[in-house]
Design a protein around this ligand. Structure first.
Ligand SMILES: Cc1cc2nc3c(=O)[nH]c(=O)nc-3n(C[C@H](O)[C@H](O)[C@H](O)COP(=O)(O)OP(=O)(O)OC[C@H]3O[C@@H](n4cnc5c(N)ncnc54)[C@H](O)[C@@H]3O)c2cc1C
Ligand code: FES
Length: 291
């Protein structure tokens, strides 16, 4: 796990450009923040304080992954999109923000994803776990660059998103992924769309066919990514995951986000996901002790 210096994150005031409902309980928030838009890379996140500027209710920021960077006609990065699911007080407050409102945010935070493997990539998302994968797919397929990333000597040869949700109307951003050249396969718990069952069953089926990706990348609830880690290990396929631990500060100061990570000597250490992650190798996580 590579630690990221917390001083790489700048506190800023972002203007809400739009906050649009795109699926059930799910919104795309566009924030005008040029310096964040120029710096942030796929897999990194920002902390957003959900209330209006100056409000301390709720006090803590909420971590949200980069969905994509918005560019103007000259190709300059001018804004960022995040996509969030309303689950509690903070995200409900965020859904009340309107264009023109100002929000306090800080970032870019976390390590982000590394360079692409030279081969097919499978993204595996559960719940709202698809959000880090749009910018990542665009970067890894060689169609966009983010932050100060140098051009990669390799590009992914194809990208598929396996995306699981409780029910069909929770799927968000499917057209965005398809427009980015990503094949999409869906699973729902209630069978309302796609495979009736767990998204990891789709991955197992794909691997059983002998159709092996160069890399699996997962994001979603812990039971899902733990299952993905087991599948990847059994198949001998490398797997990275983006962890969604609860966070309070986002900059390494409070230890609210720790995860059990196995070090090179085999011992488990509690590491801060906000600075040592959120992207980690699935094989480095002690899944038996992951909350
Ligand atoms: C690096 C990172 C990136 C993230 N990116 C996104 C994103 O792009 N879009 C998005 O919608 N969400 C994302 N999340 C999760 C998001 O931060 C939480 O859903 C949000 O903070 C919940 O805030 P709340 O005030 O609405 O809910 P709360 O009132 O804080 O919580 C409501 C309920 O949800 C549970 N809960 C809260 N946060 C989490 C969590 N992280 N994991 C599991 N259970 C939780 C609480 O225990 C409680 O039961 C990300 C999290 C991390 C760490
Ligand atoms: S959120 Fe405070 S240390 Fe990670």
């Amino acid at each position: 796990m590579e630690s990221v210096a917390p001083d790489s994150a700048a506190q800023s005031v972002a203007i809400v450009i739009e906050n649009t409902r795109i699926a059930r309980d799910t919104y795309r928030l566009r924030l005008g923040d040029r310096s964040m838009a120029r710096a942030i890379r796929p897999g990194q996140f920002l902390m957003v304080r959900p209330g209006p500027l100056g409000s301390t209710d709720p006090l803590l920021g909420r971590p949200l992954a980069l969905y994509d960077v918005v560019r103007d006609q000259a190709g300059e990065a001018v804004a960022i999109d995040v996509v969030y699911l309303v689950i509690g007080r903070g995200t409900a407050a965020l859904a009340q923000r309107r264009p023109g409102d100002q929000l306090s945010s800080w970032g870019p935070l976390g390590n982000g994803f590394g360079p692409p493997p030279a081969g097919p990539v499978l993204f595996v998302a559960g719940g709202i776990g698809q959000t880090p994968f749009l910018a990542l797919a665009r970067a890894w397929l060689g169609n966009a660059r983010y932050g100060d990333d140098a051009p990669s000597p390799t590009i992914a040869t194809s990208a598929t998103l396996f995306y699981g949700a409780r029910t069909a109307d929770l799927f968000a951003g499917l057209d965005d992924f398809r427009a980015a050249g990503v094949a999409v396969e869906l699973a729902t718990d209630d069978g309302s769309l796609g495979h009736h069952g767990y998204v990891t069953e789709l991955v197992e089926r794909r691997l059983e066919r002998g159709d092996r990706p160069a890399l699996l990348v997962g994001c979603g609830p812990v039971p899902m990514i733990a299952a993905l880690a087991r599948i990847a290990r059994a198949a001998g396929v490398p797997c990275d995951v983006s962890l969604e631990n609860h966070m309070a500060c986002g900059i390494g100061a409070c230890f609210s986000c720790v995860a059990p990570i196995i070090g090179p000597d085999g011992s488990t250490d509690l590491r801060r996901v906000c600075v040592d992650g959120p992207v980690v190798s699935a094989q480095d996580v002690d899944w038996d002790h992951m909350a």
